[in-house]
Unconditional design. Structure first.
Ligand code: ZN
Length: 228
């Protein structure tokens, strides 16, 4: 039997473990882990693209840490999604579509290519205190910047799970900054979740407090993908 391709979209406040869960699910399910920032970087830093004025313009924005043109990013993401769907590949998104604009651009395409019933939205819930604790106790990759959230599983990690480079402890995050980031997350994500509900896409509420491996187990049980 040919398996139906599926899409998993993971949301959660800072420190909920979106990236960690995406990595775990990626290896369990053999889906493509879609990280918009990484995809944009691949395009703007590709030497072959340096003659394209539009890409050059986006590269300047990207390299200075500013937001790239949302329409340009959405078009790029849609192009990649079409390619993945053609290959019958499942996709995991962590934290995106981030805004209502992105959701309105991408969700109709995902529905068209994958079908409403094959889109699973997972919302990782953690207490505000947990978010603050985890974000003030995290390590970052010295090479790719990947954040490793503190947990019993990750506290002794010394190397990046993505690229193998050394991790360092970041001391810049302070509780007030994190509170602001939590508020921004809620403000930005609520309209996206409302939009998904209007599209009749089911949202699975998952407790993000336990150990990462237990959270993964709970996600797989809830969305019933164990049979894959
Ligand atoms: Zn890394």
């Amino acid at each position: 039997m040919k398996l139906k391709k599926k899409v998993i979209i993971i949301y959660g406040p800072p420190g909920a473990g979106k990236g960690t869960q995406a990595l775990k699910l990626e290896s369990v399910l053999n889906f493509y882990h879609f990280d918009t920032g990484r995809e944009v970087e691949k395009i703007v830093h590709n030497p072959k693209n340096q003659k394209d004025p539009k890409i050059k313009e986006q590269r300047k924005l990207f390299d200075s840490g500013k937001l790239c043109d949302p329409k340009w990013v959405a078009d790029l993401v849609k192009k990649i999604i079409r390619k993945l769907a053609k290959k019958n590949k499942g996709i995991i998104f962590s934290g995106s579509p981030r805004t209502l604009f992105e959701a309105e651009e991408l969700i109709p395409l995902l529905i068209k290519l994958y079908g409403k019933r094959n889109i699973y939205v997972v919302k990782l819930n953690i207490a505000k205190e947990t978010s603050i604790f985890r974000n003030t106790h995290r390590k970052l990759c010295s090479k790719c910047g990947y954040p490793v959230i503190y947990s019993q599983e990750t506290k002794n990690w010394k190397f990046c799970p993505l690229c193998g480079a050394k991790l360092f402890v970041r001391v810049l995050d302070n509780p007030e900054t994190i509170k602001i980031r939590i508020k921004e997350y809620q403000k930005r994500t609520t309209p996206v979740l409302d939009y998904l509900k209007r599209q009749k896409i089911k949202i699975y509420e998952i407790n993000g407090e336990p150990l990462p491996s237990l959270v993964t187990k709970e996600i797989l049980e809830k969305i019933n993908l164990k049979k894959l």
